[in-house]
Design a protein around this ligand. Structure first.
Ligand code: ADP
Length: 158
């Protein structure tokens, strides 16, 4: 069973990593799919976002790869022969958004199913947008992102 995990990952944080590690036990193969044109302002380029994930998953499972994609996630899943799309659910409003998106994906491709994993307790309130804001203002984001992401922020905001 193959799955893709699509998202903007701007940048990857420990909530994403926790999900990737847990899902790599669930699926034979997991492709982390970095959406290259999110309709929000991104700090890191698509290739920077891919590389940050590649570096941060190195110590973990070998059945995970990371690629950049554009267009519809369901089409990308189909092109890889993946039947499942992985998403994460944090406390609060994620459910509404993910439910709506899952229904749209089902409409676009009835062969694809969405699998949601609940965020672990310590990452319930970890958001890329909040992390970027705190990092820009010089706050301490240790424990929220992998070390290579801390270094990448230092370069961006030096
Ligand atoms: P963000 O919402 O942090 O900007 P993305 O758009 O890259 O992240 O999200 C990709 C997927 O990862 C979404 O399904 C999102 O709900 C999930 N996700 C994001 N942060 C977390 C977290 N802290 N714990 C679990 N899942 C998460």
């Amino acid at each position: 069973m193959k799955a893709i995990y699509p998202g903007s990952f701007d940048p990857v944080h420990n909530g994403h990593l926790d999900l990737i590690i847990r899902a790599s036990d669930l699926f034979e193969h997991l492709t982390v799919a970095v959406y290259d044109e999110p309709n929000k302002n991104v700090l890191f380029s698509p290739s920077e976002r891919v590389n940050l994930i590649v570096e941060s998953i190195k110590p973990y499972k070998k059945n995970v790869d990371v690629v950049q994609f554009s267009g519809l996630a369901v089409e990308f899943a189909k092109s890889l022969g993946a039947k499942f799309i992985l998403r994460g659910l944090r406390a609060g409003f994620d459910f509404e958004l993910e439910f709506e998106m899952a229904l749209m994906w089902k409409k676009l491709n009835k062969d694809v199913d969405v699998v949601c994993l609940m965020s672990s307790l310590e990452y319930q309130f970890v958001y890329s947008s909040r992390i970027k804001e705190v990092a820009r203002l010089g706050g301490n984001i240790t424990g929220l992102v992998p070390d290579n992401v801390i270094d990448a922020f230092k370069l961006k905001f030096k």
